[in-house]
Design a protein around this ligand. Structure first.
Ligand code: 5GP
Ligand code: MN
Length: 327
């Protein structure tokens, strides 16, 4: 049997037109891996459309995209529709999920429990980022990781490894970073592009969120909340919350960090983070979500404080800790 990477590189070479998509509310890996694949395909002389249900988040406006990121799918037949960094089909949004049949589709992903929903599936959870998989494809196709392609792959791996600090950072990840630097990427310019995108409003939002942080489960679960009121009062949006949850894990003794975001009065998005052996994917999966052992998420149909009770019950049970609270 042909390996998925060989099968996919054949499709990239033989096809003419490609729709590349990733999960809604895209993060650095979603944007970086999609853009990197777009650059690869353009290097092969192919037609590429980059689609996402959500618009490009402002903090990523500096990313060198191969073409604009569109929010509606052009009415044409693509030879291949490729999903990147989507742990399941609903993550790409309803419109594309409906169009994403079994024929003519490719699923490239690194999430636990990906149900392999495409014609060709390349799912490997040992990769730190979907962008790391695109780098393997570039290697397979003999295309160097220079210029914009290198920047986009670097964006994917830097964001999904927390700047090479999470447990998913492997020798392969660091060798890949080294290769991109050898090809000419300036790491300090890159980091300044990536990090120095804050607005004063964002800083005010984060300070409000931290001021109301809570500890639960004997101090082992740290919780922060984002409400619509906080967004309104500070003039911010969910685009201003990237990376926020990671800080709760800095409190000594916290094993699991939880961020609850009020999307509507009855819909709460939950982000979960941990380090080492603590598996927060199991908590998210029990509530209908998923992700990775140390970074997962889910959406609960309940008001924010009710959703908090639900997730804390599951967390206390799965982490075997008490269910008390510190303000
Ligand atoms: P975040 O908390 O940053 O949204 O997501 C953390 C990780 O969990 C990411 O790898 C993301 O793909 C995954 N994730 C977040 N929300 C969901 C969800 O509702 N369903 C699934 N299957 N994965 C999710
Ligand atoms: Mn990813």
């Amino acid at each position: 049997m042909v390996s998925p990477i060989k099968a996919i590189s054949r499709c990239l070479k033989s096809g003419e037109s490609f729709l590349i998509a990733s999960h809604s509310s895209p993060d650095g890996d979603a944007i970086g891996s999609s853009a990197a694949l777009g650059h690869l395909l353009q290097a092969l002389g192919k037609r590429v459309v980059l689609y996402n249900e959500s618009r490009l988040p402002k903090p990523f406006s500096w990313v060198p995209l191969p073409c604009p990121l569109v929010q509606s799918i052009p009415d044409e037949d693509f030879d291949w529709i490729i999903s990147l960094d989507c742990g399941d089909k609903p993550r790409m949004g309803e419109v594309l999920a409906q169009r994403f049949g079994i024929k003519g589709t490719i699923n490239i992903d690194h999430h636990l429990g990906n149900p392999e929903f495409a014609e060709i599936n390349w799912v490997e959870t040992e990769y730190a980022a979907a962008g790391e998989m695109i780098a393997e494809l570039a290697d397979e196709l003999g295309i160097p990781l220079s210029g914009d392609l290198g920047v986009c792959v670097y964006l994917a791996i830097v964001t999904d490894t927390g700047s090479f600090s999470f447990g998913n950072t492997s020798p392969r990840t660091l060798e890949l970073a080294a290769e991109i630097l050898r090809q000419g990427l300036d790491p300090s310019l890159f980091v300044s592009n990536l990090q120095n995108q804050w607005t004063l409003s964002r800083m005010k939002l984060w300070s409000r969120v931290f001021a109301a942080a809570e500890l639960h489960c004997g101090g082992q679960v740290g919780v922060i909340h984002l409400t619509q009121e906080m967004f309104k009062e500070t003039g911010t949006s969910s685009e201003d919350t990237d990376g926020l949850v990671n800080f709760i894990g800095r409190i000594k003794g916290v094993k699991a960090a939880l961020l609850l975001r009020e999307d509507t009065p009855n819909l709460t998005k939950i982000s979960l983070r941990s380090t080492g052996d603590i598996n927060v994917q199991a908590i998210a999966a029990e509530l209908g979500g998923g992700g990775h052992k140390n970074a997962s998420g889910c959406t609960v149909n309940a008001p924010i404080r009710e959703a908090e009770q639900v997730v804390l019950e599951v967390a206390a049970r799965l982490l075997s800790c008490p269910r008390n609270t510190h303000g």
